[in-house]
Design a protein around this ligand. Structure first.
Ligand SMILES: N[C@@H](CCC(=O)N[C@@H](CS)C(=O)NCC(=O)O)C(=O)O
Length: 213
């Protein structure tokens, strides 16, 4: 089977990219430049009519939505141990994935894509500022949940951890510029532990990103 991941450097597709690498999957990548509008090219809309990354194509089967891809790749490669065996740990993994995708991601979109929320340009700064506050509050809640240290679910590395790294990286990045180590030390310890993993190093190098330091 040939798999292809469509991704954009530093976008939410980073999590799917890491999980594919961690799973030991055989896959190719196609890089999109969102700033140039590659996601709206007809050739990409034929893959994902929503014009968003990530998209995973296995043979001619197409799967979109980050959390669906994360679950699918983790379950399809059980030897990698990315999806928990225990039923409650599976539920806890789902809880994390749902919470991050329905809270952190949209809050960040308010910072980066204010124009999606109103056509009134005079309101964009207010939307960005509110998004930044909301993202900061969500980061604080994440910090509390990680304060016992270690990996997100069941004390073992798994599918949630790369998704957490994505939102940590967005907090560090130019849209937020949060002092991640100062404000969120437990989450930063988690990000630094992620940076030790060969799969994470490979993917960060491929996407041209700086590892958590
Ligand atoms: N619900 C989708 C959202 C995907 C999404 O918004 N991806 C962003 C990058 S993080 C994107 O492709 N944006 C392109 C655009 O807005 O034009 C998921 O979680 O996979």
């Amino acid at each position: 089977m040939t798999s292809t991941l469509y991704y954009a450097p530093g976008a939410c597709s980073l999590a799917s990219h890491i999980v594919l690498e961690e799973a030991g999957a055989s896959f190719e990548t196609v890089r999109l430049d969102l700033a140039k509008g590659d996601q709206r090219a007809a050739s990409y809309l034929a893959v994902n009519e929503r014009g968003r990354v990530p998209a995973l194509v296995e043979d001619s089967w197409i799967l979109t939505e980050n959390t669906a891809i994360l679950r699918h790749v983790a379950r399809a490669h059980p030897q990698a141990g990315l999806w928990p065996e225990d039923l409650r740990e599976q539920a806890a993994a789902d809880e994390w994935l749902c919470w991050l995708s329905t809270n952190h991601h949209p809050a960040y979109a308010h910072i980066r894509r204010a124009e999606r929320y109103t056509a009134d340009e005079s309101a964009h700064d207010g939307i960005r500022a509110r998004g930044l506050d909301t993202y900061g509050d969500l980061c604080t809640m994440t910090e509390v949940r990680l304060s016992n240290g270690g990996w997100a679910v069941g004390g073992r590395y798994g599918v949630v951890d790369p998704y957490l790294l994505l939102f940590w990286a967005w907090g560090r990045g130019p849209a937020c510029r949060f002092d991640m180590a100062g404000r969120f030390p437990a989450w930063t310890a988690h990000a630094r532990a992620m940076a030790e993993r060969p799969a994470v190093r490979t993917v960060f190098a491929r996407e041209g990103l700086d590892l958590p330091a």
